[in-house]
Write a protein that binds this ligand. Sequence first.
Ligand SMILES: Nc1ncnc2c1ncn2[C@@H]1O[C@H](COP(=O)(O)OP(=O)(O)O)[C@@H](O)[C@H]1O
Ligand SMILES: [Mg+2]
Length: 243
Amino acid sequence: MIEIHDLCVQFGGVKPIDGLSVTLNRPIVGLIGPNGAGKTTLLNVLSGFVTPKRGWVKLNGEVITGVPAHQRADLGLRRTFQTDQIAEDLTLLENVQAIADHAIFDSRDAMKKAVMGAIDFVGLSPRLNRKGSDLSTEERHLAEIAKALIGNPKLVMLDEPGAGMSETESEHLQKVIKGIPGYAKAQVFLIDHDVDLISACCHETMVLDFGKLLALGPTLEVLKNPEVQQAYLGNFDDLEVAA
Ligand SMILES: Nc1ncnc2c1ncn2[C@@H]1O[C@H](COP(=O)(O)OP(=O)(O)O)[C@@H](O)[C@H]1O
Ligand SMILES: [Mg+2]
């Protein structure tokens, strides 16, 4: 569960988050809003890259504001970035392994199992020994998700994982994201512009509109909210709800 209380972030004259208070407790939570709405900034606050001017954030009842970014992995916080962080000259296996080297495991076997398990979970086992530079955009996004699943995650934050994907690729991504709470016992926080992906995956969705909360609730209700449609979306009467 993520609890955010009176959160304010300021960069000079810009306030990308302005007095945000919300509690997010469903297994897969969506975050949508126009470009510049403060979505990535919120992820940066959660992962410790940005220090808020005011307010606090709790993960599963524990205050995380003030905990340095490098210690947040130990609290189970994981994220992917809009620009992926795959090392070009390492293989897929080595890329995921590099994350496991910083996590705590009972044995080497347990570590290997976690690495192979995460790669298999995202469907990339056939690409194990491919160099990062030889992976497609889709494969790189999936590899980033595999990395985020290593070492007991509690919250997996995905920043536009569907960007640049075809419809078929996005369908696979959908299955992967939906499987995360069951596979990793972690909550998922998903930012994406693809409303089909959001509505298929997210039990609840929040809409940010230039630093303020515009809406929060069951995804379909939120997407049909006239204010949300006016601010951000078109008409989405034919969407299907997340299972
Ligand atoms: N490090 C930063 N320094 C100054 N301004 C920033 C910084 N990061 C984000 N911003 C500004 O904050 C606003 C929100 O950005 P962002 O969170 O990236 O939006 P989104 O991810 O919703 O598109 C934008 O106006 C952006 O230019
Ligand atoms: Mg962004």
